[in-house]
Design a binder for this molecule. Structure first.
Ligand code: HAM
Length: 426
């Protein structure tokens, strides 16, 4: 037998179960994006290599080391897109929909980076990206972040932390870069290999280093915030005000830089502690200079992209009890009266849109609870003699640590929807 051919390293097959989970995330994301007036755009997966060198930056890791570039049969230098912003701006300039216009756009699809594969980091991965053009004020930045927050809620995710920073204008950043370089040169013998490599090309990225040995050097570095121009500082303050008003907690991280060169002013990342090293689920910021840099008439812009693989993993970890293939509750029936009433009660709950598995064929409490557990239901609802008499059920949390409680049968629908509503079929 000849040797079977395997998939390319870092590029994953997505089997039907996973596709179903992704489709659910995509449907929810689409609804949230549409609720804010964002419209879908579909863009080519291959672009001219020069587009990425001119936007992401020729000295970034992505462009220097990670792009899938090749010459096509007519000798043109092309690249599988490593991200979506550059292509979206290119399309906007080419189709004339950016100049003096407001556009709110989103896209979804595969991106390609030749990184070292590990959990949460792949060579083909997928993003949902959002780009808004024509608005310079910080209300747009706030809207983008609020949209993310709404999406996490809609997906039933918690524990995501928002980090914010401002990189200022290209000019103020250039001044800061010089200052930072001067400082880092004095620390040369304390820099690690990675930082030494970045010193000439992209010194701001040194601030981003995760190496514990570097933290002292970084902590004593001049602060980017102190070098912000007045207008950028004002912009950043406003963004903070909007977010506080919207009740969205955030942490200002003066070391948050980003691995792409096109950002100006706001940058942000949503991270989680649940995914290990690859903890950034969603990231973005403002890029007011990029449209002009790519040959268009100047137009302010901001956006973000979320990583589907990381989001799906987080959903799987956090929300497996809410899968819509599993019952929300298992009805345990103890005694003859309960058995008679149970089927009807299960029907009423299903009428209200809940997924209920009802015990059939009797069995001891222990046996029924075992079946309840195997059904993957979130709750067991115990209907025994006493409950049939007082019109209640005893609710037992099979997945979490909620204390056992009695709930009136006519309050059960609300109770279950509130706690497991995310698993309802939409
Ligand atoms: P990015 O930070 O390079 O930004 O990527 C955004 C998100 O894509 C990351 O936070 C992560 O969740 C996911 N991601 C990136 N690389 C990988 C990988 N190798 N494997 C799995 N997931 C990955 C951008 O791409 C910008 N275009 C975002 C943006 C849009 N800024 C403004 N508009």
């Amino acid at each position: 037998m000849s040797k079977a051919i395997q998939a390319v390293r870092g590029m994953n097959d997505m089997l039907p179960d996973a596709v179903q989970r992704w489709q659910r995330i995509e449907a929810i994301a689409r609804d949230v994006l549409h609720a804010y007036g964002y419209r879908e755009i579909r863009l080519p997966i291959i672009e001219k290599s020069e587009l990425f060198a001119r936007s992401i930056g020729s000295l970034t890791d992505i462009v220097e080391k990670e792009m899938y570039s090749f010459e096509d049969r007519s000798g043109e230098n092309l690249t599988l897109r490593p991200e979506g912003t550059a292509g979206c701006v290119r399309a906007g300039i080419e189709n004339g929909f950016l100049h003096n216009q407001i556009q709110r756009l989103w896209y979804a699809g595969p991106m390609f980076r030749h990184e070292r594969p590990q959990k949460g980091r792949y060579r083909q991965f997928h993003q949902i990206g959002v780009e808004a053009f024509g608005i310079e004020s910080a209300d747009l930045d706030a809207e983008l972040i609020m949209m993310c927050a709404r999406l996490w809620t809609a997906l039933g995710l918690d524990g995501l932390t928002l980090q914010l920073n401002s990189l200022g204008t290209l000019e103020s950043r250039a001044v800061y870069r010089r200052e930072l370089l001067r400082y880092l040169e004095t620390q040369r013998d304390r820099l690690d290999e990675d930082s030494l490599r970045r010193l000439d090309k992209n010194p701001l990225r040194i601030l981003d280093s995760k190496n514990p040995d570097m933290q002292k050097v970084i902590a004593a570095a001049p602060s980017l915030y102190d070098h912000l121009d007045e207008a950028s500082r004002e912009h950043f303050t406003r963004l903070g005000d909007y977010l506080r008003q919207a009740g969205i907690p955030f942490a200002v991280n003066p070391r948050l830089v980003r691995g792409l060169d096109y950002y100006t002013r706001t940058v942000f990342e949503w991270t989680t502690e649940r995914l290990g090293a690859q903890s950034t689920v969603c990231a973005g910021g403002r890029y007011d200079g990029l449209v002009e840099q790519l040959g268009g008439k100047a137009a302010p812009a901001a956006g973000f992209a979320l990583g589907m693989e990381r989001l799906a993993e987080l959903m799987a970890q956090q929300a497996n009890q809410y899968s819509d293939a599993q019952p929300q509750a298992y009805l345990v029936l103890l005694g003859e009266v309960a058995e008679k009433q149970g089927l009807a009660l299960a029907e009423r709950l299903r009428d209200a849109g809940l997924r209920i598995e009802c015990n059939c064929g009797g069995g001891s409490l222990k046996a029924q609870l075992k079946r309840a557990d195997r059904s993957c239901a979130h709750y067991a609802l115990l209907l025994g003699e006493e409950e049939t008499r007082n019109g209640s059920v005893t609710v037992k949390d099979l997945r979490g640590s909620e204390a056992q409680s009695q709930v009136a049968q006519n309050a059960l629908t609300d109770f279950l929807k509130q706690r497991t509503g995310r698993g309802e079929k939409s």
